[in-house]
Design a protein. Structure first.
Length: 155
């Protein structure tokens, strides 16, 4: 019984040492962790300036999402992925979220449509349904829009 216990303890110690060597020495060499650089913060810069700065550091800038906002000038980088000051390998693609001006759209007329059709039409206009209120009416079929707010063509 003592020899089995010694064997298990020795196996656990050797396994632990192997995992430690693998994790601390072999894997960092394999993945090239020593070549990683800190990613600069390019938020609040114009997109072209941000792209130029990232390319100077050896990264690839890519325009990812656009966000409609009036809080930033159009074309300004408002977010980046990976986040700033993360260790990243050169050649990595950095996705930048760029601000665009909010635009006004006409509210479509969905009164008399089925709820499903109304949702689709509202989505096509770039809007979203905030809430639905159900009301019983003998003269209007179930799941048909009776009224809407904002009214059609409101901005």
């Amino acid at each position: 019984m003592k020899s089995i216990t010694r064997y298990i303890i020795a196996l656990a110690v050797v396994g632990g040492v192997c995992l430690l060597v693998l994790n601390r020495i072999i894997m960092p060499l394999y993945v090239g962790h020593q070549h990683a650089r800190f990613l600069p913060d390019v938020t609040e810069l114009p997109f072209e300036d941000a792209r130029h700065r990232l390319e100077l550091e050896g990264f690839i800038a890519q325009k990812g999402d656009t966000k409609l906002t009036d809080s930033f000038a159009p074309g300004t980088v408002i977010d980046q992925y990976p986040r700033a000051m993360r260790r990243v390998k050169p050649g990595r693609t950095i996705r930048l979220t760029v601000a665009e001006r909010e635009r006004m759209v006409a509210v479509p007329d969905v009164v008399g449509m089925s709820i499903r059709s109304a949702r689709l039409k509202i989505g096509e206009a770039g809007l979203a349904v905030d809430s639905l209120i159900s009301e019983y009416d003998q003269e209007v079929p179930r799941d048909v829009v009776r009224w809407q707010y904002p009214r059609p063509a409101d901005h």
